[in-house]
Design a protein around this ligand. Structure first.
Ligand code: RTP
Ligand code: MG
Length: 146
């Protein structure tokens, strides 16, 4: 339809290793559901050097890249596909510097507990990075062998 803003949108959310380690998962999910997101997919997985480097490829030339990869591979992450109207921007707002979620569990500039896709292009790339087919609205939870 032409009223694009009312269409549901999908974004990729990730609870990073410090978030899982700090047992923030249930509190973060409560915030997610309270704000009207549906959790369409969920996987707990351990990123390795290669997958973390590919996921954050846009930062490969940054000074903080080696430290970011070390952090992101330091333990399992919980990756989710969230859906709602305006999901990409709303999730970024919710986790952002002044928000509920990073304020609740972030430690510093690097160890900030959660990830969110920053655009439609990123959301598409990042959702297919972890999940094969998200066209069915059915909720599916999986766990990699860690
Ligand atoms: P994310 O991609 O994880 O959702 O975070 P973001 O958009 O808010 O930040 P981005 O610029 O994409 O950076 C990716 C992640 O790299 C780490 N970082 N460390 N030490 C530093 O200066 C620094 N800057 C960024 C953070 O973990 C950040 O989330
Ligand atoms: Mg980013």
């Amino acid at each position: 339809s032409s009223s694009g803003s009312k269409e549901k949108e999908k974004t990729l959310a990730m609870i990073k290793p410090d978030g899982l380690l700090g047992n923030y998962t249930e509190r973060i999910k409560d915030v997610i559901v309270d704000y009207g997101f549906s959790i369409l997919r969920e996987i707990t997985t351990q990123l390795d050097q290669d997958s973390a480097s590919r996921f954050y490829a846009e930062h490969s030339s940054k000074r903080f890249f080696p430290s970011l990869i070390k952090y992101m591979t330091s333990g399992p992450v919980l990756v989710m596909v969230l859906e709602k109207e305006n999901a990409i921007a709303d999730w970024r707002t919710l986790i952002g510097p002044t928000d509920a979620i990073r304020a609740m569990c972030g430690q510093d500039l690097e160890k900030n507990c959660v990830h969110g896709s920053d655009s439609r292009l990123s959301a598409q790339r990042e959702i297919s990075f972890f999940f094969e087919d998200v066209s069915s609205g059915e909720r599916i939870t999986t766990h990699d062998e860690l």
